[in-house]
Design a protein around this ligand. Structure first.
Ligand SMILES: [Zn+2]
Length: 275
């Protein structure tokens, strides 16, 4: 049985981006890299953006990867005024355009994924109530194992989320490359219409980031074997007939875990489609 999926990588660039993209080329795995604009600190760990590390992204474009927007400083959109959310997106867009110019390649589509999948309404990633019988699946998918806050959103946040989607529509953002996802909780709900990129399976590889663990954070999954088991047992990832959108990360010091999980997916005959 061949399963199909799209590979998406969040939080580039890092000091690992060159070897991660080399690894993906070597394994014949196309991917979208959702990139940060500038330096930020997340869970006490200092991270870099394209302003600090432009060259690995220029090289990634030359290698054929698609660069998506992951905002300027990786902040939670629910905690920012609308204008600041837009500024976070636009500053990053201008850096992405520069990266494509430097690589001498034409950008074919505009993708964006919000940090922490915070689309303006906090942990209310998708409208669970409007998703009817699919609400339960969505809650399970996004509510577990993510570093999100499940407080119900305020009316103002719901309004902000809708306004952000309108902005993304006007600016031509799309999830065009991620076709063929037929799960009803995706295809019949807001997920399919959203102008930002969501996912259908998270590798949760970030839980293996030794920097977070050294800082004292603990997560739901504690070993690579547990994460491989998550790949083996996830009912959606293992369903033929729908493509999946897989989420993995590019973090400093985490190359081994991410690549081991990608290799595990490849060993299960998951074929990664062009993005
Ligand atoms: Zn991120």
């Amino acid at each position: 049985m061949t399963l199909t999926a799209y590979m998406t990588i969040d939080d580039s660039p890092t000091h690992n981006t060159d070897r991660l993209t080399d690894f993906l080329v070597q394994r014949d795995v196309p991917a979208a890299l959702f990139c940060i604009g500038s330096a930020y600190t997340d869970l006490d760990i200092p991270c870099q953006g394209m302003e600090q590390l432009p060259d690995p992204i220029v090289r990634a474009i030359a290698k054929g990867f698609v660069i998506g927007n992951h905002t300027y400083t990786h902040r939670r959109s629910s905690e920012l005024p609308y204008e600041e959310v837009i500024a976070e997106i636009e500053k990053t867009e201008s850096l992405i355009e520069t990266m494509y110019r430097r690589a001498g390649k034409t950008r074919t589509h505009k993708l964006l994924r919000f940090p922490h999948i915070d689309r303006g309404a906090g942990g209310w990633i998708v409208d669970y109530n409007a998703a009817g019988e699919h609400g339960e699946t969505l809650m399970e998918l996004f509510g577990s194992g993510l570093n999100i806050r499940m407080t119900p959103p305020s009316d103002a946040q719901i309004e902000k989320k809708a306004k952000i989607q309108d902005y993304l529509t006007r600016e031509g953002f799309c999830t065009g490359p991620f076709g063929g996802v037929t799960f009803p909780w995706y295809a019949d709900t807001e997920m399919a219409k959203a102008r930002d990129s969501l996912y259908t399976f998270s590798t949760s590889d970030w839980m293996m980031n030794p920097d977070f663990r050294a800082a004292g954070y603990t997560w739901l999954y504690n070993s690579l074997d547990e994460l491989k088991q998550k790949i083996d047992t996830d009912m959606w990832l293992n369903s033929a007939g729908s493509a999946n959108i897989v989420l993995a990360h590019d973090h400093n010091n985490m190359f081994g875990a991410t690549t081991a999980l990608i290799d595990h997916m490849l060993s299960k005959n998951i074929r990664f489609l062009p993005v």
